[in-house]
Design a protein around this ligand. Structure first.
Ligand code: ADP
Ligand code: MG
Length: 601
């Protein structure tokens, strides 16, 4: 079995991990059954490090808790010194930003590594085996330093980061957009906890290209929480939001988030915190309609970026819009998206799991766990047999959807030939020798005059990718069956790529060789026939015709000795034309002879 590669969405607010199991991409849940882990790390004074929900809870106990560390990946201290963050920001040496937790300074990479270690452990617990490789997603706008920092975080967590992919690309994979047509254009609208971004992707040669991306790293669901919390405090006498203690504010924000999230499913929610203060109970009702009004302005800030990416990419014919990020569960967000893009968004995936799922799919493609699933639906390379002169004769072209069936009729090249070697070839080159042989079979048939025996060759590929080559001697009806395992459809991506690019590189040479070979076969058939014909009917022909035939014949012989395909082709055409009259006389003679025999007989 191929080694597991896990896929990880290392998010600002939430993270998730998954793997391809039995051909299906799945996200893995922790011991409590959660597939989503808050990207939160807490540091106790005795050096214990906690990640996720448990870390979130320890916020109330006053120990240093780091959240949204993703904002600081690969950052210089000078760029972020002024920021108001959950723990103090410091210069970690050589100008890199560091975080002070208790008496220590940790780097953003180290904090992210704790989250990754946790996710690795979640995966290992579920799978009951060690994993050491991962695909990790990063925002499309991440620069080299940020991507590198993410890689370093993975290594610190004991993971070999086999690929970093951008979040919108991952989301597109999760939504199955790689199945869209070439040059399809999609918008990925990602509204998360603390960040917003929108990207336009174009599908090209089976890969997504980010045409434009825009967003705001300070715009997210957290802002909606604050709007709800402020509204709530305004409803309750004596709760001035700006005069709340740090802890009171946190409690209100936590509850605001719960209320906000519930409003996705119900029309109205009670915002309740009993004994918020000794004499104050919070108990107010928030309807979805009222919530929509409250957040309308905030949500509409995302519209500007959508218009910007449309403008930047110059795309006017979007094929699809997909939603990513937990905040896109808000119904008002969905309406806004539909309005700015003029297209109903695809909501077929969990928006907060799509990026992780895409990372898993990418990981599965790299490990081979998904290869069959991905490539089984089409033939990655052309399939055919070698024919006379070493030419590749394609029977099932590349990219044919399977299951499929196709066949052709072949004949003997030599009189009294008893068998024919059928070599099954795969590849895009014109000459069989440049392609790969998948198998061969010697097909026997009844000896016959040249071109008289008929052998049918049929290729069929079933849904499992098994290629069956059936050859039939048409005269006797005798079948020979050659079975070739999944090699016909199961080809490594890089091998396919190499084969296709070589076929392009050598296209001119290959074509010339095919033209030369075809003309040569024709010449080899024509020359002896012309010699034999001349012996029979030279006396009945004009001197002029004879000269032309002789000249054409020598030019074919001359061209055969050389290697110029076009020269040979035109020489053969000339000879063909020059012998038209002779052929007619030959036919006449043959008919006369037949008539004589009939009269005599
Ligand atoms: P990240 O920013 O890490 O990519 P997510 O995509 O997981 O984060 O988004 C987290 C945000 O989604 C949080 O602000 C959370 O409150 C919000 N969210 C999750 N579920 C809902 C919901 N049902 N309704 C509204 N917001 C939601
Ligand atoms: Mg995200």
């Amino acid at each position: 079995m191929a080694e597991d590669i896990i896929g990880i969405d290392l998010g600002t607010t939430n993270s998730a991990v998954g793997v391809v199991e039995s051909g299906f991409p799945i996200l893995l849940a922790d011991a409590e059954g959660n597939r989503i882990t808050p990207s939160v790390v807490s540091y106790s004074s005795d050096g214990k490090i906690t990640v996720g929900r448990a870390a979130q809870r320890s916020r109330l106990s006053g120990m240093p808790v780091v959240s949204s560390v993703k904002r600081y990946m690969g950052s210089r201290y000078s760029e972020v010194a002024e920021d108001d963050f959950c723990v103090p920001l410091v210069d970690a040496g050589s100008g890199q930003a560091g975080l002070r937790v208790g008496g220590n300074v940790v780097s953003p990479e180290e904090v992210s590594a704790e989250i990754l270690k946790h996710l690795k452990a979640v995966a290992e617990n579920q799978l009951d085996r060690v994993v050491s490789k991962a695909v990790i997603t990063v925002p499309a706008y991440y620069n080299d330093a940020q991507r590198n920092a993410t890689k370093v975080a993975g290594e610190l967590a004991g993971l070999e980061v086999v690929r970093i992919i951008s979040e919108p690309t991952a989301a597109a994979l999760a939504y199955g957009l790689d199945k869209l047509d070439e040059s399809a254009k999609v918008a990925v609208y990602d509204y998360g906890g603390g960040t917003f971004d929108v990207s336009i992707l174009e599908m090209k040669e089976g890969l997504f290209h980010v045409l434009a991306t825009a967003g705001d790293t300070r715009l997210g669901g957290d802002d909606l929480d604050e709007i709800v919390a402020r509204w709530c405090s305004a409803q309750v006498d004596g709760l001035e939001y700006d005069s709340l203690s740090e802890q009171e504010r946190q409690r209100l924000l936590d509850e605001a988030r719960v209320v906000k999230e519930k409003l996705t499913d119900v029309d109205s929610v009670r915002f309740q915190i009993p004994f918020f203060r000794e004499s104050v109970n919070v108990d107010v009702e928030l309807s979805l309609a009222a919530f929509d009004k409250l957040v309308q302005h905030e949500i509409s800030k995302t519209a500007r970026y959508c218009k910007q990416v449309l403008l930047d990419s110059g795309v006017t014919d979007l094929d699809k819009v997909v939603l990513v990020g937990g905040s896109t569960r808000v119904p008002a967000v969905r309406s806004l998206v539909a309005e700015v893009f003029g297209l109903e968004p695809d909501v077929s995936q969990h928006p907060d799991e799509a990026v992780a799922l895409g990372a898993v799919i990418q990981a599965g493609m790299l490990s081979g766990a998904l290869r069959e699933l991905v490539l089984l639906d089409v033939t990655p390379l052309s399939l055919g047999i070698e024919t006379l002169g070493g030419l590749m004769n394609v029977i099932i072209p590349r990219n044919t959807t399977i299951p499929c069936k196709a066949g052709e009729m072949f004949t003997n090249a030599v009189a009294n030939q008893k068998s024919m070697m059928v070599r099954v070839m795969q590849g895009e080159r014109e000459m069989a020798r440049d392609n790969w042989e998948l198998g061969k079979v010697d097909v026997e048939f009844s000896p016959a005059a040249k071109g008289q025996a008929r052998v049918g060759v049929q290729f069929s590929i079933d849904e499992n990718g098994i290629l069956e080559v059936l050859t039939r001697d048409v005269e006797t009806g005798k079948d020979t069956i050659l079975e070739i395992n999944s090699a016909a459809v199961d080809v490594a991506d890089d091998a396919v790529e190499k084969m296709v690019s070589e076929s392009v590189d050598y296209a001119f040479d290959d074509m010339a060789e095919r033209v030369f070979t075809e003309a040569k076969l024709k010449a080899e058939e024509l020359l002896p026939a012309v010699t034999a014909g001349l012996e029979q009917v030279a006396d009945d022909m004009d001197a002029e015709d004879l000269t032309e035939i002789q000249e054409a014949k020598s030019s074919v012989e001359l061209a055969l000795a050389g290697d110029n395909a076009n020269q040979l082709k035109s020489a053969v055409q000339r000879l063909d034309k020059a012998t038209e009259h002779m052929a007619a006389i030959l036919v006449e003679k043959a008919m006369e002879a037949a008539l004589m025999r009939k009269l005599e007989g």
